[in-house]
Design a protein around this ligand. Structure first.
Ligand SMILES: Cc1cc2nc3c(=O)[nH]c(=O)nc-3n(C[C@H](O)[C@H](O)[C@H](O)COP(=O)(O)OP(=O)(O)OC[C@H]3O[C@@H](n4cnc5c(N)ncnc54)[C@H](O)[C@@H]3O)c2cc1C
Length: 314
C-alpha cells in the first residue's frame, strides 16, 4: 500500500464520549477525520441513567451517546465499527490497522479507547448494573437517598466513594478484603474514621449477589455482627479499572503509576502526532466522567488541527 492511500488528517480510536467529541470538533475544523471504534457509546452507553451531564437533567446513557453520534454524522465523518489493532509510525505518518484488516494512514491519531473496569466476577453482576449494581459512586450516589448500600474496595476511589455515599445513604458498608486501609489519602481515612454511618467491614469478600430481578442482599465470607448476609439497596464496586494500553505500549507512550497515558494540557502524548483523551489518560485525575472525556476529546481535536496546520505534510 502506498503510504498516502486511505489518508486521514486524524484517525480517532474509540466510540465513546471522548471519541465522538473529538470527531465533532475535528469535522468542524474541516480536517479529514475518521472514527474507528469497537463498541458504540463506550461506558456511557451502558451506564444507565445519567443525571450529571449538563443540559440533560435525566437521560439514558445510550440515548446521550446516540445524540453524540448523530451530531458527528451530520458532518459526514465516517465511523467504522472495528477495533484498532495497531498504530505504527512510518516516516511522518501513522499506519493504522484494524482487526478487520483495513489499513489507513494518518497525520495524527487520537487514542480514546477508555478503560476496562475490574469486576468481582460474581453471578448477576453484569446483568444487574443499573438494578442495584454500580461501578461509579460519583455517578450513582444521589440515587441512594436514605438507602442501605455496600461499597467494595480499599483504594482512594472506594474510600472517597463511601464518604460521598454517606451523605445520601442511611448506612454504608465499606467492605475490604484486607485487614487495614493503606492506600487512601490520610485526610480521607480521617474522615472515614469519623463517619457515623459508614461501617468498615474488613478482611471480608462479597461472595454472592442475591435477589430476583435486581439486588436485594449480598453474602459475605466472614460474619459481620453475627450475619453473613446483609440486606442492601445497592452495591458499588470500586476496585479499579485498567486503561487499555495495548496501542499506547506499541507506540511507547509514557504511562503513570496507574497505567494512564500521560498527556499535557493540550492532550499531547510524548510521541509527536499522537494525542489521547478520556478515561485512558491522566488528564482529569480521578474524575473520570462523560463530561471530562468529551471536553478532552474537544481539546485533542483542536490540538490535532493546529498540528496538521503547522506540519509540512505533502
Ligand atoms: C456503570 C457506569 C456508570 C457511569 N455513569 C456515569 C454518569 O452517570 N455520569 C458520567 O458523567 N459518567 C458516568 N460514567 C463514566 C463515563 O461513562 C466514562 O467516564 C466515559 O464513558 C469515558 O469516556 P471515554 O470515551 O474516555 O471511554 P469509553 O466510554 O470507555 O469508550 C472507549 C471506547 O473505545 C472503544 N475501544 C476500546 N478498545 C479499542 C480499540 N483498540 N480500537 C478502537 N476502539 C476501542 C470502546 O469500545 C469504546 O467505544 C459511568 C461509568 C460506568 C462504568
Amino acid at each position: 500500500m502506498n503510504i498516502k492511500d486511505n489518508y486521514y488528517d486524524v484517525v480517532i480510536a474509540g466510540q465513546g464520549a471522548a471519541a465522538f467529541a473529538a470527531g465533532l470538533y475535528a469535522a468542524r475544523y474541516q480536517i479529514k477525520s475518521l472514527i474507528i471504534g469497537e463498541t458504540f457509546g463506550g461506558e456511557t452507553a451502558t451506564g444507565g441513567l445519567i443525571e450529571n451531564y449538563p443540559g440533560y437533567p435525566e437521560i439514558d446513557g445510550f440515548d446521550l451517546m446516540l445524540k453524540f453520534k448523530e451530531q458527528v454524522e451530520k458532518y459526514d465523518v465516517p465511523i467504522i465499527d472495528d477495533k484498532v489493532d495497531s498504530v505504527k509510525k512510518q516516516e511522518n505518518l501513522f499506519q493504522v490497522k484494524t482487526f478487520g484488516g483495513e489499513m489507513f494512514s494518518a497525520g495524527t491519531v487520537i487514542l480514546a479507547v477508555g478503560r476496562n473496569r475490574r469486576t468481582l466476577n460474581l453471578k448477576n453482576e453484569e446483568e444487574w448494573v443499573g438494578r442495584g449494581v454500580s461501578y461509579c459512586s460519583t455517578c450513582d450516589a444521589p440515587m441512594h437517598k436514605n438507602n442501605v448500600v455496600a461499597i467494595v474496595g480499599g483504594g482512594n476511589a472506594a474510600v472517597e466513594g463511601a464518604l460521598l455515599l454517606s451523605r445520601y445513604a442511611s448506612t454504608v458498608y465499606l467492605i475490604y478484603r484486607k485487614e487495614e486501609f493503606t492506600r487512601p489519602e490520610p485526610i480521607s481515612l480521617q474522615q472515614l474514621n469519623q463517619s457515623k454511618n459508614i461501617k468498615q467491614v474488613m478482611s471480608t469478600n462479597v461472595t454472592q449477589l442475591n435477589g430476583v430481578d435486581g439486588l436485594d442482599s449480598i453474602s459475605i465470607d466472614k460474619e459481620y455482627n453475627g450475619v453473613s448476609e446483609i440486606d442492601v439497596d445497592g452495591i458499588f464496586i470500586e476496585i479499579g479499572a485498567d486503561p487499555r494500553v495495548e496501542i499506547p505500549n506499541q507506540l511507547k507512550l509514557e504511562l503513570n503509576e496507574k497505567n494512564e497515558v500521560i498527556v499535557d494540557s493540550e492532550m499531547r502524548t510524548n510521541v509527536e502526532g499522537i494525542f489521547a483523551a478520556g478515561d485512558l489518560c491522566n488528564s482529569s485525575g480521578d474524575l473520570k466522567q462523560t463530561i471530562t472525556a468529551a471536553s478532552q476529546g474537544a481539546i485533542a481535536a483542536t490540538s490535532t488541527y493546529h498540528y496538521i496546520m503547522n506540519s509540512k505534510l505533502d
